[in-house]
Design a binder for this molecule. Structure first.
Ligand code: ADP
Ligand code: TRP
Length: 336
């Protein structure tokens, strides 16, 4: 079975990315069984739909790569690569786009949300799900672990696979399935979905004053510590719960219902848990982000990943060119 997922380098990775996606990715990479494989990539082509700043994009690509590596992704067992190092996905995207109806794309929640928030509706933003489908099918992916917001895109990829097969009467692509984490929708400090584009995030590797500022920005009401509170209604408790085991969660919930726990206490505990969970990874992250050695280490890993990924994508694309009747394109990919 093959697992694949991607993350856009569109800002500093946050707790939503971690608990919704990256945590699972790291676990998969560290527990691969014989015959299983895993591919994770930095979706830099996709980021161009929202970022038109070259220096910022370079920085953010490094940020996502450093985050994965610092959090312990096993880059020998799993393949970590940059989307744009496998340009064949854009060729595959073209083939898929010719069997994809406008109606399918018009139903995309993510496109509707982004344009409703005032993002310029470029053609690239509209066809974003086709590139994402190409990413998925290029690597013969079976399972795609993502947060809830991405589920519809994977269902769209399933539809595109079906359309391609029915258009050409041959089955050449694998149908992917989404897999949600146990915490697929992490709230941000304002209670809405945590997202780089909503300015409501807590960065995985924030520390010291920055961390304090981000955690203190979690919106609460003005009730005093002594007042009893219903834990399930508290955004700040939902965020703390990400770090708690079942028993600890029940204990905290009971204390909140009883009264005597203030929002400040919960925020302090969030910071302590983040220090404990991410403290060691932070040191590694800083090394990868700020030193020349770190940059070289990342580039080496990404180059190895790209070579492994590219071989798979070329073979899938060659099969597709055979199916559609573009024989010289197929031959080019097979090195003939
Ligand atoms: P963002 O919305 O911050 O730009 P991305 O779109 O880059 O995040 O998402 C990267 C991964 O993290 C995806 O699998 C996505 O589903 C997941 N993810 C993002 N935000 C959340 C969240 N608030 N809760 C759960 N998962 C999330
Ligand atoms: N759209 C995804 C996101 O914003 C990133 C992504 C691009 C992706 N291609 C993918 C995720 C393929 C899973 C599979 O998070």
């Amino acid at each position: 079975m093959r697992t694949l997922s991607g993350i856009q380098p569109s800002g500093t990775p946050h707790l939503g990315n971690y608990f919704g996606a990256i945590k699972q990715h790291v676990e998969v990479s560290r527990s691969l069984k014989q015959g299983d494989s895993a591919f994770f990539f930095i979706a830099d082509y996709h980021a161009l739909t929202t970022t038109h700043d070259a220096a910022k994009l370079r920085h953010q690509v490094r940020d996502v790569a450093s985050t994965y590596v610092a959090l312990g992704l096993d880059t020998d067992a799993a393949v970590l690569f940059r989307q744009s190092d496998v340009p064949e996905v854009t060729e595959l995207m073209w083939l898929l786009s010719t069997v994809t109806g406008m109606g399918l794309l018009e139903r995309a929640h993510s496109y509707k949300d982004k344009t409703a928030r005032g993002l310029h509706a470029s053609v690239g933003l509209f066809t974003y799900p086709i590139l994402m489908a190409a990413d998925i099918v290029a690597y013969d992916s079976d399972v795609v672990p993502v947060g809830e917001d991405q589920k519809q895109h994977i269902e769209m990829a399933q539809d595109m696979v079906a359309h391609f097969h029915s258009a050409y009467g041959v089955d050449v692509l694998r149908r992917p399935e989404p897999r949600l984490s146990p915490t697929p929708k992490i709230p941000g400090n304002d209670g809405h979905k945590m997202s780089k584009s909503y300015n409501n995030t807590i960065a995985i590797f924030a520390e010291g004053k920055d961390l304090k500022k981000q955690v203190n920005a979690i919106v609460t009401d003005s009730r005093e510590p002594a007042e009893p509170k219903e834990p399930d209604t508290l955004n700040v408790f939902a965020i703390l719960s990400l770090f708690l085991g079942d028993d600890e969660q029940s204990e905290w919930a009971a204390r909140l219902r009883q009264g005597g726990v203030g929002y400040g206490d919960i925020k302090k505990e969030i910071m302590a848990r983040m220090d404990a969970r991410f403290g060691d990874a932070r040191v590694r992250y800083r090394h990868l982000m700020t030193t020349d050695d770190g940059a070289r280490e990342l580039e080496g890993m990404l180059a190895r990943g790209a070579a492994r990924a590219r071989a798979v994508a070329r073979s899938t694309l060659a099969r597709c060119y055979d199916a559609v009747g573009l024989d010289s394109a197929a031959a080019r990919l097979r090195g003939a």
